[in-house]
Design a protein around this ligand. Structure first.
Ligand code: ADP
Length: 320
């Protein structure tokens, strides 16, 4: 039975990480555990940047984007020496288990540390929704809504000038964010890394739409494709439609988390503490069939996640 645990955020930040930290701290305290906050991901474990948290340490943060524990990448933790340093820090402070909020890379570190004797539980936090073992990742809904708001705004000016907007959204090598933003903003086309693209097809579709009377267009491009300036230039050169590229960038990582992110973070945080209380480690908490569950970290990393073909098809159909 773990009596002292730690919590850290690692890798890219995501709105809702604070809500998860709050849930971990409050759930642990409610069970009589001692909780340490570990700053800047695995760096804090290596250099001892760790502080004891109480209920007030997390008051007011449920509504804040970013992460109060800061986040970072830590190359040293990829190697045995770094893992051993982390384990030694835990032993010194009596930390028996750690909740790691982050993505796949952070879960690899959590697996290594679990193997070294410190039980770790991963919670998926990334705006990209690209973690295979879970239908949902903390931060995704907020990023979707931020991107939608931005594309809606772009659409106002795009339509006033009879233009085409090529909008690049985040998502790393996954197209979930792009697909759903395209669907929710009524985009004319979406380009994702999973399916790639044929510029001739897209240009033909835009020309057909123009024939049907459309006079402004939005093409959503996923970060994993990039190239939005060139795509906009090609559309303008070949159709004569004035085209602009907009890269939304890191604004998508910020902002107050939505209800969905706060609730998911809270449920996952409580669930993770339950696992540590039972002395369980090397698991990732995820969402399956809309329910929280947990899975072995190695199994989680080996899973595959399907492309949302139905959403892609719906974008095409409704762009008619
Ligand atoms: P994310 O967790 O968002 O996928 P990264 O891939 O950058 O982000 O990983 C975050 C951190 O997790 C890395 O900086 C490193 O400290 C740790 N990490 C990543 N891969 C490994 C690995 N193979 N073994 C141990 N730790 C790792």
């Amino acid at each position: 039975m773990a009596k002292t645990i730690g919590v850290l955020t690692s890798g890219g930040d995501a709105p809702g990480m604070n809500a998860a930290v709050r849930a971990v701290v409050r759930a642990a305290l409610s069970k009589g555990m001692k909780v340490y906050g570990i700053r800047r991901g695995y760096n804090g474990l290596i250099n001892g940047d760790i502080f004891e948290m109480n209920a007030l340490s997390v008051s007011g943060i449920i509504s804040k984007g970013g992460t109060c524990l800061y986040t970072a990448r830590c190359n040293e933790f990829r190697y045995e020496e770094g893992i051993n340093k982390g384990r030694d820090t835990c032993r010194k402070l009596g930390i028996e288990g750690i909740v790691v909020i982050g993505g796949d890379g952070s879960f690899r570190g959590a697996a290594d540390l679990s193997a070294a004797g410190i039980n770790c539980i991963g919670i998926p936090g990334t705006i990209d929704n690209d973690i295979k073992c879970t239908e949902y990742t903390i931060g995704y809904d907020t990023a979707l809504n931020t991107a939608i708001e931005m594309v809606d705004k772009l659409n106002d000016t795009t339509s006033s000038h009879d233009r085409c907007s090529v909008v690049e959204v985040m998502g790393r090598n996954a197209g979930y964010l792009a697909l759903n933003v395209a669907c929710a903003t009524g985009a004319d086309a979406v380009i994702t890394p999973e399916l790639g693209y044929d510029l001739d097809n897209i240009i033909n579709e835009l020309c057909d739409a123009r024939q049907r009377g459309k006079n402004h267009f939005v093409v959503v491009v996923a970060e994993g494709i990039g190239n939005s300036e060139n795509i906009a230039r090609a559309i303008q050169e070949r159709t004569g439609i004035e085209s602009r590229a907009t890269v939304l960038g890191h604004v998508q990582r910020g902002g107050a988390p939505t209800c969905r992110d706060r609730v998911a973070a809270t449920l996952m945080g409580c669930y993770a503490v339950d696992l540590l209380e039972q002395g369980i480690g090397n698991r990732v908490v995820g969402m399956k069939d809309n329910k929280i569950y947990d899975v072995d970290i190695q199994e989680a990393l080996a899973m595959t996640k399907s492309f949302e073909q139905n959403v892609f098809d719906a974008v095409k159909i409704t762009a008619y």
